[in-house]
Write a protein of this length. Structure first.
Length: 201
């Protein structure tokens, strides 16, 4: 059994990747999180791109643990804001991880923007870094629009104000399985499946 570190303490992310591996019938890989390995200095998210942040986090975990490591960085890019919040999504309102404040600030900034200009996309980059330094970096997007009011209780972050293309429900009104099937992070993690299959062989 090959152990692979997913560089996160977010149990939802661990469950998601384990589910994706199970659906793809990838056996022989055990996904563990940062709580399952000895503590090490984690890389701050200071990169200019999602890819830079994902690689930095995965490389730090691979170096510290000696295990293949995966990390992702994701956020929302709003057309009317020239692609922002982007890599600043988690701290858009100033404090890292204050989902409610971030969401309210974004809605406030778009208050006067007409419906036809409220296009946005969730973006995710994921990196698989091996102990020898080999890197695989992938990127995926989930296009949609921004609502005027939050709706739904599933998900986190900007999910309650994001309506995926072809949907009338927000991302926070989708079931976890529906979201996995289409989401930016789900797509990015699936792009890493060939590399994970190789580790399992």
């Amino acid at each position: 059994m090959t152990r692979v570190v997913l560089a996160t303490r977010n149990s939802k992310k661990l469950t998601e990747l384990r589910r994706i591996l199970a659906e793809a019938s990838v056996a022989g890989v055990e996904i563990i999180g940062l709580d399952d390995v000895p503590p090490f200095p984690e890389e701050p998210e200071t990169g200019a791109t999602f890819e830079e942040n994902a690689v930095a986090k995965a490389a730090a975990a691979a170096k510290a643990t000696g295990l293949p490591s995966i990390a992702d960085d994701s956020g929302i890019a709003v057309e009317a804001l020239n692609g922002m919040p982007g890599v600043l999504s988690a701290r858009w309102a100033g404090k890292h991880g204050d989902d409610q404040a971030n969401l309210e600030l974004l809605l406030g900034q778009l208050a006067d923007v007409p419906d036809h200009r409220r296009g946005a996309a969730f973006v995710a980059a994921a990196a698989l870094v091996l102990p020898d330094g080999t890197q695989t970096v992938v990127r995926a997007e989930w296009p949609g629009t921004i609502t005027r009011e939050p709706r739904g209780t599933n998900g986190f972050g900007y999910d309650p104000i994001f309506v995926p293309e072809g949907e009338t429900r927000t991302s926070a009104e989708l079931s976890p399985e529906e979201k996995d099937a289409h989401s930016h992070r789900g797509k990015a993690l699936r792009l890493l499946l060939p590399g994970l299959r190789e580790l399992a062989d």
